[in-house]
Design a protein around this ligand. Structure first.
Ligand code: NAD
Length: 384
């Protein structure tokens, strides 16, 4: 069992909303005060990117296990220090929140690993989102503090293709794009990533919110964060300087009118392309891609729709999977798949997307780690 013991935030109004949502749960006005609580065994860090390393190292120094949101850190030096702190204090460090934890991707990974469709030959991922139109704090509009699509959304795609492709990327060649003057951070990238074994992966994310990936599936039209009219008015308000980003951002936070449900309570919620995007994994004898409730397998026998919303989790089950992975590692002694070294390898590739764009050159990677042989060995894939 996982129990929520306490929460910390430096903004009293946010802490108050947290207290209302979770009566009886302790609140702290600083990360340090929270880490000092002996009742707490693990800390989930979702502070702004620039604090991820500081807060993870702080929590580790108090011998708390850590889940850190993506991006794990701003640079590789910070990531290495986080890994070192976790090792030194004997705690688990989980690099969390990417779509690689979702049930359709875990299903694809198990099918690829089974060899049933032959060798994985290529990966293609397309994301078209309205990420750049969502309200932002000042630090989110600063690339040196981890702002922009490659830092914030790159981890979803990179973590996912690394899982499906075996983990060991060899190099990255990429270009980034920044074409909304009111948003001084990259809102686009297009990258060619090659694995050590030669498998290619093409990934792209356009966050400017004109065309949305949800429109790529027949059932996706109404599965959008902002409607077309909302996107038009947000863009207009950004251009004429009338948008109240502070209020809009606070509305997204806990207890706000636009808060997103983190642990979905709905039993069956259809997937449509969003932050990870539309993914096709091509193998020698078939293609895999997401379906409304799982994974399509296109093989020599036809097209199969595997429902993955069964017994293990509801929906894509991402947050639950993160907690489960940490729980299994801490309580049951199972391996932590998305550990600090794994997260650092994903961060390295995201940083390489930006470095390749800056230098207009291919970047060789040095910190990649493989997917363990026993990754998700107990994860059940429905028959097809
Ligand atoms: N917004 C999302 O949907 C989303 C999804 C996945 C991951 N993330 C990640 O979560 C992190 C936060 O993003 P967000 O959009 O929720 O931002 P946010 O600004 O809404 O949340 C950050 C919170 O941290 C608090 N905070 C700031 N400095 C702090 C400090 N020193 N100590 C303690 N608390 C502090 C802020 O008051 C705020 O409540 C980012 O790393 C982001 O990449 C966000």
């Amino acid at each position: 069992m996982v129990e929520l013991v306490a929460g910390a935030d430096i903004v009293p109004a946010t802490l108050e909303r947290f207290a209302q949502r979770y009566p009886g749960v302790k609140t702290y006005a600083s990360a340090e005060a929270l880490c000092n609580d002996p009742d707490i065994e693990a800390v989930w860090i979702s502070s702004p990117n620039r604090f991820h390393a500081e807060h993870a190292i702080l929590a580790a120094s108090y011998e708390k296990h850590v889940v850190v949101e993506k991006p794990m850190a701003i640079n590789l030096e910070q990531a290495a220090a986080m890994v070192e702190a976790a090792d030194k204090h004997g705690v688990k460090l989980l690099a969390g929140h990417t779509m690689s934890f979702s049930t359709p991707i875990r299903t694809m990974h198990r099918i690829i690993r089974s060899g049933r469709l032959g060798r994985l030959c290529a990966l293609n991922v397309w994301a078209f989102t309205d990420w750049m139109l969502r309200p932002r704090t000042a630090d989110e509009l600063d690339i040196t503090q981890g702002g922009g699509i490659p830092y914030r959304q790159g981890p979803h795609q990179v973590d996912t293709i690394r899982l499906l492709g075996g983990g060991m990327l060899r190099s990255v060649r990429a270009q980034t794009g920044q074409w909304l003057p009111e948003r001084p951070i990259p809102g686009f990238y297009s990258a060619f990533l090659e694995f050590e074994n030669g498998t290619p992966a093409l990934v792209m994310h356009n966050g400017y919110g004109y065309f949305l990936g949800a429109e790529m599936v027949p059932w996706g039209e109404d599965k959008k964060r902002y409607t077309l009219d909302e996107r038009i008015s947000v863009r207009r308000a950004l251009r004429d300087g009338t948008r109240n980003e502070t209020d809009d951002k606070q509305a997204l936070r806990i207890g706000g009118s636009q808060e997103m449900e983190v642990f979905s309570r709905s039993e069956r919620k259809a997937w449509a392309p969003h932050d990870l995007g539309f993914l096709v994994a091509s193998c020698e004898r078939g293609d895999l891609r997401q379906s409304a409730f799982g994974v399509y397998v296109h093989d020599d026998h036809g097209k199969h729709d595997i429902d993955t919303t069964g017994s293990q989790t509801t929906g894509v089950g991402q947050r639950r999977a993160e907690l489960q992975e940490l729980y299994d590692a801490v309580v049951l002694g199972k391996p932590l798949w998305h550990d600090g070294r794994w997260g650092m390898a994903t961060l390295e590739a995201c940083l390489a997307i930006m470095a390749s764009a800056r230098g207009r050159e291919e970047i060789k990677l040095q910190h990649q780690v493989p997917v363990r042989e026993d990754y998700d060995i107990d994860f059940e894939v429905p028959d097809f």
